[in-house]
Write a protein that binds this ligand. Structure first.
Ligand SMILES: C[C@H](O)[C@H](O)[C@H]1CNC2=NC(N)=NC(=O)C2=N1
Length: 124
């Protein structure tokens, strides 16, 4: 099985990209531990939540994720809810669903060292 973290996101050109099937998404999900498949407005997305220690650590978390996203040219939806709940959703806007890019980004986010940022309570 190819490690997703060794791959790079490809440019999201809606012409030749299609959202993946539910079956394909289910087959990739074991490679992105902690992420869930959700369906919103008929579109599949990847979603994961974490609890951070402080609001500012939430900001630091976003910066780390933003750097990964910029390097990949693929960008997640970032939410900081009720000051300490980070929720990240990833999907390919250009195709209205999931592509391998989303799994690559999720795998690279999973590789970040978040140790100093996370609360020890629920969410990890
Ligand atoms: C040209 C470039 O690939 C696109 O604008 C990218 C930028 N980042 C993106 N990120 C995500 N998540 N979905 C997209 O469709 C997308 N499009």
């Amino acid at each position: 099985m190819d490690d997703l973290t060794t791959k790079k996101c490809v440019s999201c050109n809606a012409r030749d990209m299609r959202p993946m099937t539910v079956e394909a998404a289910h087959s990739l999900i074991p490679q992105v531990q902690g992420w869930n498949l959700v369906t919103e407005d008929g579109m599949m997305k990847l979603q994961r939540t974490w609890k951070v220690k402080t609001f500012m650590k939430g900001m630091e978390f976003f910066k780390l994720v933003a750097d990964v996203a910029e390097a990949e040219g693929h960008h997640p939806d970032l939410h900081l809810v009720a000051w300490n709940n980070v929720k990240i959703e990833i999907w390919t806007h250009a195709v209205g669903g999931l592509t391998e890019n989303d799994f690559i980004l999720a795998a690279k986010i999973n590789r970040l060292d978040l140790h100093q940022l996370l609360s020890r309570k629920v969410g990890e």
